[in-house]
Design a protein around this ligand. Structure first.
Ligand code: F3S
Length: 387
């Protein structure tokens, strides 16, 4: 892999041990994936922020980087709670202290404490064709597919290394030739809103590549589908005919054809259950989702035996304050900085309804609480919570 004179000096420790250590990580990755060189990035996004996920080992690693600073705009994934809901999320003092220690470590490095997986709405907006190093899989697939920015699916350490060095190895999704479709997906039944996350889970579990999909949906539908696809497999980009920015040039070679049937996706849906919690906002809600929810629940009363929790970026929530007011008046809770998966929600509630395939996939796992989860579209869920 070609290194500039300056990169060689950095690797030799001329800019300090931390820079050398982080650059070594990027060079190693580049060698493994046959990158020709390192390329500058416009931004980074870091996952592995929740104390539930990274634990004391993560705190120890962050402390070892003390003094390091990010060199490009960098944002953070959700943490384990919204400080305004510590009681509801059953956060004890010790856990709170450790989580905030993690956030402080990142802030000291110059990372913006956005605590969201949807920085692309307001906080960290990439441009078409821009090279970035993002870690959150749902944000990676959104950036590549919907925006046309270029990022591999970074780990939390490699994203942080890239944020500090300001570069990433040039391979995978950074290369035009790797962004073409590998599979053509036809949907063989009439598509309804609740099918997007389920189709995503199915595609992610059966292919490893770049799917080209023929379907109609809005950006919120595609966000849910992409997040599910990235969660159930390792897909970091898809094309949707007529919608995503690179679809016209995506079908270059002969590709494998797959038809998704209704039966294929049914197993992900989950049985109809008496839910204790309705969770919306995985990935974090968009402004338009918040407005739709508010419009739907305006002037109605919530059932007392079911909680409605909505998760969003603080920036989205602040900009949609009127929608948030209406949802709160209805009895719902709108939480920032966290989500149904990285908080204790899955440990507190055992029967959950969500419109997110990704949330369902995780919450059903014993490590995240092993809840019974049904996946339905947003309006079906909202209808079920009205008294
Ligand atoms: Fe975001 Fe949490 Fe889902 S980080 S994609 S809301 S699991």
């Amino acid at each position: 892999m070609y290194l500039t004179k300056e990169e060689e000096k950095m690797l030799d420790g001329e800019y300090g041990a931390t820079q050398a250590k982080l650059l070594r990580i990027l060079v190693k990755m580049g060698e493994i994936f046959n990158a020709d060189r390192l390329i500058p990035i416009a931004s980074a996004q870091i996952s592995g922020v929740s104390y539930r996920t990274i634990g004391d080992a993560g705190i120890h690693f962050l402390k070892s980087l003390e003094g390091a600073k990010v060199s490009v705009p960098t944002t953070l994934n959700p943490i384990a709670f919204d400080e305004a809901f510590l009681k509801e999320l059953e956060v004890d003092e010790e856990f709170h202290r450790k989580q905030m220690e993690i956030v402080r470590a990142y802030v000291n490095m110059g990372v913006k404490p956005t605590m969201t997986c949807t920085p692309y709405y307001y906080d960290n907006i990439p441009k078409f064709g821009e090279h970035i190093a993002w870690a959150e899989s749902s944000a990676v697939i959104y950036a590549n597919s919907i925006i046309g920015a270029r990022t591999n699916r970074e780990g939390s350490v490699s994203a942080l290394a890239s944020a500090i060095i300001g570069k990433t190895p040039n391979y995978g999704m950074h290369l035009k030739e790797e962004r073409g479709a590998t599979h053509l997906i036809e949907v063989g039944f009439e598509l309804k809103p609740e099918h997007f996350p389920l189709i995503g889970l199915y595609i992610g579990s059966v292919i490893n590549g770049v799917p080209y999909i023929r379907l109609n949906g809005d950006l919120d539908d595609l966000k849910l589908m992409g997040a599910a696809m990235a969660a159930s497999g390792s897909i970091s980009m898809y094309h949707v005919e007529g919608i995503t920015p690179e679809w016209r040039t995506a079908l270059r070679d002969r590709v494998e054809r797959i038809t998704v049937t209704k039966e294929d996706i049914e197993e992900y849906e989950g049985e109809e259950i008496d839910v204790e919690l309705i969770a919306i906002g995985c990935p974090h809600v968009s402004a338009s989702e918040l407005r739709k929810i508010a419009e739907f629940v305006r002037g109605k009363r919530k059932r007392e035996d079911v909680e409605l929790w909505i998760f969003g970026a603080r920036s989205t929530i602040e900009k949609e304050s009127e929608s948030v007011r209406i949802i709160k008046e209805f009895g719902g809770k709108v939480m920032a900085d966290t989500c149904v998966v990285v908080s204790n929600a899955g440990k507190i509630y055992k029967r959950i309804g969500t419109n997110s395939g990704k949330a369902a996939l995780y919450l059903r796992k014993a490590r995240f609480g092993g809840a019974e989860v049904m996946v339905r579209d947003m309006y079906t869920l909202l209808r079920s919570v009205i008294a």
